[in-house]
Ligand binder design. Structure first.
Ligand code: ATP
Ligand code: MG
Length: 435
């Protein structure tokens, strides 16, 4: 290469057609799945005022401390941030438009999120989430329903045949319970401060709960023996947690209580959950969420309970690929091969007629022999080829040739084309080869 070519930003991926088609099939499935649970779409901007995230996610979280793409708009001096997650934006939008005025809302969104992390498999700087938020509902029933709906999605995707995605849950209790636990936890960790790593020391007085979540093997002993939040939960918190578990049991969804599951964002309380897999190496959490009853008030709204989760689309797609699960690839129904000027004009008319009846049609472009055009037709995955040469063009006719099964090709008048193709593609009792 003589001159250097431009590259995408590190950690930000192009999604090329073969993958993008898989993503679209995934998205179509997602839409049906969400509709089945009464969730409605919402779309927020990709850029928000920086203070939104500091306030919602918490100043001493990984995201706000070191992962945000924040910058000053040099045209007007505003402090802006590419959204690192969707919950804060979603709640901001709900408050701004007073969406809770007539009762609870079930909302979802899908799109890119931005975090300045070290790129590696399953961890990117632009990645995508499907986010699901229920606002205005306080019972354990909605927490359980959100978990149950995840389980259904794994089934719909063909992902969980052998229990490959496992559910972990925990309860973070309420603020006062966390405060008592926090005091004891800090006292405990202070007694072991010499054994903490740098991160741990830094977090000791800011976000000690996060130390419990450490991936450093050297800290596992200390962390195992640390005071457990669950032992500090009061009656209401315990009842809520048990309510969730009862509904999970009724739905026959296996789970593990992981007392060290704390989540990396500050806004959570009571139920938290993660769906994890071993199949993706270190980046094994495909979906995570929980309750965040304090966030609405924290962002200036009238206090309202809420609960939600987000899944990482890249990780799910990787898992689908690793397991060869699920999604059918789209192919055109018909590929049109043609040669000569009159034939090309007829090809255009025939293709539009077929699109009128709902067919996906790929018209060959760029010329070439019939042989080379048929290669393309084959590779496209189409069921049928239309063949139009001088003969056909002269008689306003089209040859319909099945590509995927042994069957006679057949020459038909343009006027009959839609019927013949529709019978072939969408079914009829008639034998194709019979005249
Ligand atoms: P992790 O512990 O992997 O950093 P997290 O707690 O930061 O995850 P959340 O903020 O809960 O992640 O986001 C929900 C989901 O979004 C994650 O479970 C994961 O599937 C996905 N996700 C988060 N960060 C990234 C990233 N940088 N690249 C790809 N997917 C991501
Ligand atoms: Mg993270």
């Amino acid at each position: 290469m003589s001159s250097q070519t431009l590259q995408a930003i590190r950690g930000m991926n192009d999604i090329l057609p073969a993958d993008a088609e898989r993503w679209e099939a995934f998205e179509a499935l997602i839409r049906d799945w969400l509709a089945a649970y009464g969730y409605r779409p919402i779309r927020m901007p990709l850029v928000e005022p920086t203070p939104l995230f500091a306030r919602a996610i918490g100043d001493v979280t990984d995201i706000v401390e070191k992962e945000m793409y924040s910058f000053e708009d040099r045209l007007n001096g505003e402090q802006l941030t590419l959204r690192p997650e969707g919950t804060a934006s979603c709640v901001r939008a709900v408050l701004q438009h007073n969406l809770l005025y007539d009762g609870p809302k079930r909302l979802w969104y899908m799109g890119p999120m931005f975090r300045h992390e070290r790129p590696q498999k399953g961890r990117y700087r632009q990645f995508h989430q499907v986010g699901v938020e229920a606002l205005g509902l306080s019972g354990p029933d909605i927490d359980a329903e959100q978990i149950i709906m995840c389980a259904r999605l794994w089934d719909d995707l063909g992902l969980n045949a052998d229990g490959n995605i496992k559910l972990e849950i925990n309860s973070l209790g309420e603020a006062e319970e966390r405060a008592r636990h926090r005091a004891d936890l800090i006292a405990y960790l202070e007694r072991h401060v010499d054994q903490l790593d740098e991160d741990g020391k830094r977090r000791l007085h800011t976000n000690p709960l996060r130390i419990l979540d450490t991936k450093n093997p050297a800290l596992q002993g200390i962390v195992e023996a640390a005071p457990k939040l669950i032992d500090y939960l009061g009656e209401n918190s315990l009842r809520h947690f048990e309510g969730v578990q009862q509904l999970l049991k009724d739905a026959a969804i296996p789970y593990r209580i992981n007392p060290r599951l704390v989540r990396g964002l500050d806004y959570y309380n009571l139920t938290v959950f993660e769906w994890v897999t071993d199949a993706l190496g270190a980046q094994g959490t495909v979906c995570a969420g929980g309750r965040y009853d304090g966030l609405v008030a924290q962002l200036g709204g009238k206090s309202a309970p809420a609960c939600g989760f987000a899944m990482g689309v890249e990780r799910l797609m990787a898992l689908l690929e690793a397991q060869n699960a699920g999604i059918d690839m789209p192919a055109p129904d018909v590929y049109v091969v043609h040669q000569g000027e009159a034939a090309q004009r007829l090809a255009f008319r025939a293709a539009e007629m077929l699109r009128d009846i709902g067919c996906a049609v790929l018209t060959h472009m760029g010329g070439g022999s019939f042989k080379s055009q048929f290669k393309r037709a084959d590779a496209s995955g189409a069921q049928l080829a239309l063949v139009i040469g001088d003969d056909e063009a002269a008689g306003e006719q089209v040859t319909v040739k099945p590509l995927r099964v042994e069957a006679e090709q057949r020459r038909v008048a343009l006027d009959d084309l839609a019927d013949v193709v529709s019978d072939w593609l969408y079914g009829s009792d008639e034998e194709f080869s019979e005249e």
